[in-house]
Every structure is written in structure tokens, then in C-alpha cells.
Design a protein. Structure first.
Lengths: 119, 314
């Protein structure tokens, strides 16, 4: 397992109501973040390409940043709207240029996962 | 699927401005790569939705919604980490690059280019073997290519040994924008396509046909080669947004690449690889836009070492 192939993989499984997802306590977004993607580009076209065809709000990525404590590491993903409980969504964050694939998630709790994986 | 992973905790918080923040937290004890001093470098993110009727999870197809360019590094420290030192809105690597030329994609393109050159060198050897056999007339003496119905109205490009990986014949391909993956064609229209005919005119008895149909990364275009009868000779038709996912069997074929024939799908191109073609033989190539802006795209064609037999003509 080399450093270059470490992948931080997050499959955000959003069965919100079932999993008791954290409630609406607003989180402070730091001024400096690792990724700042514009809203309005949820078009599956990649990068910062903005088109009129903005297909999603809960899938529209904004700022992404990391934090850690002595025991844990966290990745924070801002989206244009909070993801709902009615449909599944998937968020992947990769690091060290690994190109692994994420997991599957649905609103069904049995399929929901939040996973960190090094490969 | 998650055999090598560790599960974490997920929270979702609504922000005062209406946005949401999803936070996933994991134990650092999972990996020594999460120790103090280690860095999470070149982060990149994407989002998607599962489409399908599962569970089981294997029945789902992931449709990508959004992705990002590479961001800045994060160094893990016992004090809580060291974030990026620059304003990510103005100084991230690749931020100011034009579409399709962002840092990661550029690397991929260069890699692809180098790989193509390697094939070209091999092709040169193959061509040399062909010379001197005396079985074929000099290049340029092939009868006019006779395409089937599919290519009846299409232009024919004659490829000679002068077309190499280093100096391919480059053909403009014009395709209309389309973003519907061939779904609901009655309402949304059929995927735009263009056909051209390609004839091999080599000094050797046969040559390998190489083709690279290039487009911005993670759209979805296809490249097929058809016999005059209309049956498939070769194909490169993956779902480009997921080709980097690496899902070998028994995982589902999410990138739809396993039944490419003599083809290689990349995030930013579909490719035919060394399709063994007899001198004066040829195919009708069809390029289709399933999800992309279309416009003027480039199809590069050259001859090299034949490495893959085409499918038998049906």
C-alpha cells in the first residue's frame, strides 16, 4: 500500500431518516478549503464547466475540506442543497490520484455505506 | 465491494444559506497513511445517483452528476491538520485551464499520446516485415472502396503507411450536442452520429488499423467499425465517465467495456487498436454522441502493427 495509491473514498449513503442523519446544526465552513467547485455545474461534464443544464442540487458539489482530531479524520462536502431522504446519492472524494470506484448507495438502509478505503 | 474499507459515521447539516454539508468521519487507526505528517494530496470529488431497481446493489448503475478539478493538499497533524495555504478559488492547480485541459486530464492525454507512439514504433516494425514479401502492389493501387449501405453517403479516407502514430491522418468529426444517453428517443431525439469509410492501402499484405476518437474527458461517445455488410468488425463503446473506476469481474461492468472488440475506452477517447485489415480492405466507422457537447471533434487514424483480429463479417 503506497502513499500514491491511497484513496480516500467516501460513499455517502443517504438514508437520512432511517440512519438518523445529524440534524440541522449549521457547520462553519472554513475560508480555506481543499476544493471549491462552483454551483450550477451539476451537468456530469466534469470540472468547472458550467452549462444551462444543471441537473441536480443535492448532487451539485461546492466546497470540500478535511479536518482531523487525534483519533479521527473527516471529510466535509458542501452541496447546493442538503441531500434528501427520498433518494440515494453518492459522494466520492479521492486523494493521491487513485482512481478507484465508489460504492453503491440507495435510500434503502441495507445498501447504505460510508466507507474509507485505502487501496 | 467494501472488503478493504472501514465504515464511518455520516452526518448531514443544513446551512443557513440553504446549502448542505455532508460530513463523513473515520478512525485514523484504519491506516498508517492517516498518521501525523501524512498528506492527502490532489483531492478530487464527484457525486452521482444510483439508477436502477435494486437492491441488490449490483443492479444499480451510477450516473455521475458533478465532479471537480483537483484541489489542494491537506496535511494531517495532531493539532488538527493543515489545510491549503492558497485561496482555492484563484490558485488551485488546473483552475484556469480550459475545459478538457485540466491537470488530471492533461496527464491522461499525455499518457495516451505516449502509448500511441509506442504502438507506432511497433507498427513500423510490422510494416517492415510486410515489405519485401512482394505480394502486394505499391500503395495507391487499391480499387475504390465499396462500402455498404451504412457508409454509402460517407467520405472515404485511404490510409497508407505514411499515416503513423506520430503523424496520423486527422479527420474532423461534426456532432450535435446531446445529453440523453439514447433514452426516450421519441421525445429527445436519437444520439447524433457521423460515419466515414476507411480503407487500408499498405505496402504490406495487411496492416493494423488504429483510430483515436478524442473528446473532453468523461463525456460518453462511441466508436464502431462496421463491415460493408453492416455487422460489427470492431468497437470501442465504453461509458467513459466510469472507465477510470476499475471494476474487474466479478463486479458489474459499469463502464461497459468488456465487450469492446479490438477497442480501448479511455475517459477522453474511444480507440481501435491494431485491427488486422488486409490491404485494400476497410470499414465504415461510426462515431456517436451519447452525452456531450458535440461540435468539431478529432478522429486520428494510422496504420501500425496488427494486433487484433476483427470480428468475422456476419
Amino acid at each position: 500500500m503506497s502513499k500514491r495509491t491511497l484513496a480516500l473514498m467516501l460513499a455517502g449513503a443517504l438514508a437520512l431518516s432511517v440512519l438518523g442523519i445529524g440534524s440541522a446544526g449549521a457547520q462553519e465552513i472554513p475560508e480555506e478549503v481543499s476544493i471549491a467547485d462552483p454551483f450550477g455545474d451539476a451537468n456530469a461534464l466534469g470540472g468547472d464547466i458550467v452549462t444551462p443544464r444543471d441537473a441536480s442540487t443535492v448532487g451539485d458539489l461546492g466546497k470540500i475540506w478535511f479536518t482531523n482530531t487525534a483519533e479521527t479524520i473527516s471529510v466535509h462536502i458542501q452541496t447546493e442543497l442538503p441531500p434528501p431522504s427520498s433518494t440515494g446519492s453518492i459522494y466520492d472524494v479521492f486523494t493521491n490520484q487513485a482512481a478507484s470506484f465508489t460504492g453503491y448507495t440507495t435510500a434503502a438502509p441495507a445498501c447504505s455505506r460510508t466507507v474509507l478505503r485505502a487501496s | 465491494m467494501f472488503a478493504n474499507g472501514v465504515e464511518g459515521e455520516l452526518t448531514i447539516e443544513a446551512q443557513g444559506d440553504g446549502t448542505g454539508v455532508t460530513t463523513a468521519t473515520f478512525p485514523r487507526s484504519y491506516s498508517p497513511l492517516l498518521a501525523d505528517g501524512e498528506a492527502l494530496t490532489t483531492p478530487q470529488a464527484r457525486s452521482g445517483i444510483p439508477v436502477g431497481a435494486g437492491p441488490p446493489v449490483s443492479s444499480f448503475v451510477i450516473r455521475m452528476i458533478d465532479d471537480t478539478i483537483e484541489g489542494t493538499d491537506y496535511t494531517i497533524t495532531s493539532g488538527g491538520g493543515a489545510g491549503p495555504g492558497d485561496d482555492p478559488g484563484t490558485s488551485r492547480p488546473g483552475k484556469d485551464d480550459p475545459p478538457g485541459k485540466k491537470k488530471g486530464c492533461k496527464k491522461g492525454s499525455e499518457k495516451a499520446k505516449k502509448k500511441g507512439c509506442k504502438k507506432g514504433k511497433k507498427g513500423g516494425k510490422g510494416k517492415g516485415k510486410g515489405k519485401g514479401k512482394g505480394k502486394n502492389p505499391p500503395a495507391g493501387r487499391c480499387a475504390t472502396y465499396a462500402p455498404g449501405e451504412m457508409g454509402a453517403d460517407a467520405e472515404t479516407i485511404v490510409l497508407t503507411d505514411k499515416a503513423t502514430a506520430e503523424e496520423p491522418v486527422v479527420q474532423d468529426i461534426q456532432l450535435a450536442p446531446y445529453f440523453f444517453e439514447g433514452l426516450a428517443t421519441a421525445q429527445l431525439g436519437s444520439p447524433p452520429k457521423q460515419t466515414i469509410n476507411v480503407q487500408v492501402d499498405s505496402e504490406a499484405a495487411s496492416a493494423g488499423l488504429y483510430a483515436t476518437f478524442a473528446f473532453p474527458a468523461r463525456r460518453d461517445y462511441d466508436l464502431w467499425a462496421y463491415w460493408p455488410s453492416g455487422s460489427e468488425a470492431a468497437s470501442s463503446h465504453g461509458f467513459n465517465p466510469l472507465v477510470e473506476a476499475k471494476t474487474p469481474p466479478p463486479a458489474p461492468d459499469l463502464s461497459n467495456t468488456r465487450n469492446n472488440h479490438a477497442g480501448e475506452t479511455k475517459a477522453d477517447s474511444e480507440n481501435l487498436v491494431g485491427v488486422i485489415t488486409p490491404d485494400c480492405g476497410g470499414y465504415t466507422l461510426e462515431m456517436t454522441n451519447y452525452f456531450g457537447e458535440g461540435g468539431t471533434l478529432k478522429l486520428s487514424l494510422w496504420l501500425g502493427e496488427g494486433t487484433n483480429e476483427p470480428k468475422p463479417e456476419g
